[in-house]
Design a protein. Structure first.
Length: 680
């Protein structure tokens, strides 16, 4: 959609409609000189420069994103009419649109006859739900988890209700035993469950809470302000790994709140509250002598605590849903992309040397911390603060993140090995609310790793790489490693390093494509990697650690051409190891040869591996840092092909850039990502 085309159409609509009523003379008090307006508008545009790039994949902080262009056009067009959906006479057309979108939102949750309306925010929506809770069970309070949105505790105070904080389990979900103990007292009339907490994105077990609440005669209110649109996945047959049970139980709950101005692509503010029982309208009963006179059907203002509400918000959502229906393959496609991005980032964080996954995401909020040294709460907190500041204030390619403050108990439950030397620690938090995150995840992860690495280097004040006079070619045997963690390998190391490579690449997409059978792959990989190790050893191209817990294979400038000249010999060796599967390897090498740079000297990194138990120790960073430092000394570039996102992220962290399109293997095979690094 081109807003430059469609926004002027909004003016056409209001002018065409206004012509029905004849000409009139605007009052001169409204008149503004165009030149004067131009100056004021210029001041406004400059003030708006002070914003974060919510639209861009580099913004991975809070749960904000720009509205869909359809919502913008719908809102602006309708705003020119300025309807008020409090009463039908304030906005006849938009009142009907609001009723239709409420029905659509109800269908998304499985509500058959929902009573509800749009609100200005989730806060107002939750206030109305708790108001009905108070009126339904006078004198009884509300139970909510200690990690729910703070609005529930605050609204209980506003409504003079007793609020009860319930502890959470190790994943941030309401603790069922503690809840049942509270329900037994008879003091609770409503339980609030959250499907997507704003901190961690945790989903309370709605189905289990519902059974408990009904046993003790309590209502259940669902705060789905953030996560509600994930019902499109959770209630489908393609859930993207989401537990379906909580989402399917929402249809039996008493009320639900959802914010279309979050995942629903709407401008602020657009929330919604829905009640499962149409008779809940009795709690809003009131009369107004100057409204509610144009029709007998219930006005939206008669089922709301709010009075004036924007009809433009209803029109914007209505128009959006005409184009992106609330189905698994409509609106749900965006949620699926965000979910996949979150899951994949969690996998990358598990493999990362410089970042640690805090908790696996249930929806699309990813939480992580720098792998601080020492591994203590105070060190984690300081490193998170540096990462937040450095990433946001980088002069080039900044990344915008957010933080969540975790108390010591919560952190230790997830990471028992951390030293508890502080009461709290900041945890990095990224809400992948934009589907574009799936397309840009590798770059985002690599950039965050770069900032985390720099932060760690500043903390340790420990150099990585060699220091030599630029321009002098250096071999591994001539220059000592930069720390005791790196040394050149020798033939005596071969057996252990081959075993390390075989174990590390057992589940790699590339080796699986060559040898699909697990048992056979375990048998052939040691011989497979022995060939590559021998080639690199011949050219002084193997780096390892004193205990052989990490290894990096590469070829120095000119060596790749020499290896290519030995094609017949290598084909024979690989056929001896792989048998008929050597043809798959030949296909790969042929595709690689087509893309391999031949016009400039370079180092060529082929394989790297770290033993699983020391993966977070920074050893691969040491090895790559050593190799690229030697390339820098020689004034050479460095080339690599990554078979996994984790491998690509490791390279990107050291200044590699993607070098053209992926190398795509046939028969739905995996991709290799060519990367190139200029000497620095």
């Amino acid at each position: 959609m081109d807003l430059r085309y469609w926004l002027p159409r909004a003016v056409d609509v209001i002018e065409r409609w206004g012509e029905r009523f004849g000409p009139y003379t605007p009052h001169r008090s409204h008149q503004i000189d165009d030149d004067e307006f131009a100056l004021a508008f210029e001041r406004l545009s400059k003030r708006l420069d002070d914003n974060y790039p919510f639209f861009h994949p580099s913004y991975a902080g809070q749960m904000v994103k720009p509205p869909h262009p359809a919502a913008v056009v719908g809102y602006v067009t309708t705003m020119l009419f300025n309807p008020n959906n409090h009463a039908a006479e304030g906005g006849p057309a938009t009142t009907e649109m609001e009723r239709e979108v409420i029905t659509a939102l109800g269908d998304m949750f499985g509500l058959t006859e929902p009573l509800g309306h749009l609100t200005t925010s989730g806060t107002m929506a939750n206030l109305e739900a708790l108001y009905v809770a108070r009126e339904s069970h006078p004198g009884r309070g509300v139970a909510f988890s200690s990690e729910c949105h703070y609005t529930h505790e605050r609204m209980c105070q506003v409504l003079a209700m007793e609020g009860h904080r319930v502890p959470v389990d190790g994943l941030g979900r309401i603790e069922l035993d503690a809840l049942e103990g509270l329900l037994r007292t008879g003091r609770v009339g409503t339980v609030v469950v959250t499907t997507g907490t704003t901190g961690l994105g945790a989903v309370d077990p709605v189905h289990e809470v519902l059974a408990l609440a009904r046993r003790y005669g309590a209502r259940v209110h669902v705060d789905a302000a953030y996560g509600g649109f994930y019902a499109l996945l959770g209630r489908s047959d393609r859930t993207e790994g989401i537990d379906a049970a909580p989402w399917r139980a929402i249809s039996a709950c008493d009320s639900v709140v959802v914010d279309p101005h979050k995942h629903g692509l709407q401008p602020y503010g657009c929330g919604a509250v829905l009640f499962n029982d149409p008779h809940a309208r009795r709690h809003f009963a009131h009369d107004s002598p100057y409204t509610y006179f144009t029709q007998s059907e219930l006005h939206l203002g008669e089922i709301s605590l709010e009075c004036s509400r924007s009809g433009a918000a209803a029109a914007a959502l209505w128009l959006t849903l005409q184009l992106l229906p609330l189905t698994r393959d409509g609106f749900g496609a965006q949620l699926a992309a965000s979910r996949r991005a979150a899951v994949r980032w969690a996998d990358l964080l598990v493999e990362s040397e410089v970042l640690e996954l805090y908790q696996r995401p249930e929806l699309d909020i990813v939480t992580y911390v720098p792998a601080a040294r020492p591994w203590s709460l105070s060190a984690v907190d300081a490193a998170s603060g540096r990462l937040l500041h450095d990433s946001m204030h980088a002069p080039q390619d900044p990344v915008f993140l957010s933080v969540l403050r975790a108390d010591a108990d919560a952190f230790v439950r997830r990471h028992p090995g951390v030293v508890r030397d502080a009461d709290t620690a900041r945890v990095m938090r990224s809400v992948l609310i934009k589907p574009e995150a799936e397309l840009h995840l590798d770059q985002l992860h690599a950039r965050v790793e770069q900032f985390a690495s720099r932060s760690a280097d500043e903390q340790d004040e420990r150099p990585v790489g060699t220091v030599s006079q630029k321009g002098i070619p250096v071999s591994l045997s001539q220059v000592p490693a930069t720390s005791g963690a790196v040394r050149p390998a020798s033939p005596a190391d071969a057996e252990e390093l081959v075993a390390l490579l075989a174990a590390a690449f057992f589940d790699d997409p590339l080796t699986r494509w060559i040898t699909p059978d697990d048992r056979r792959r375990a048998e052939v990989l040691p011989g497979f990697f022995r060939v590559f190790l021998d080639l690199s050893l011949e050219h002084d191209g193997v780096l390892t650690t004193p205990d052989r817990s990490a290894v990096l294979l590469f070829l120095p400038p000119g060596a790749w051409e020499q290896v290519e000249a030995r094609g017949d010999e290598l084909e024979r060796r690989f056929r001896e190891v792989l048998g008929d599967e050597a043809q798959a390897l030949a296909t790969i090498t042929a595709l690689q040869a087509q893309r391999h740079p031949v016009d400039r000297p370079h180092y060529y990194a082929s394989f790297g591996a770290v033993r699983a138990d020391v993966r977070k120790s920074g050893l691969m960073s040491e090895l790559i840092g050593e190799m690229v430092a030697r390339a820098d000394v020689a004034g050479c570039g460095t080339y690599a092909e990554a078979s996994s996102p984790g491998g690509a992220a490791s390279c990107l962290r050291f200044g590699f850039e993607y070098a053209g399109d992926d190398i795509v293997l046939p028969d739905d095979g995996p991709r290799l990502r060519p990367l190139w690094r200029e000497p620095q």
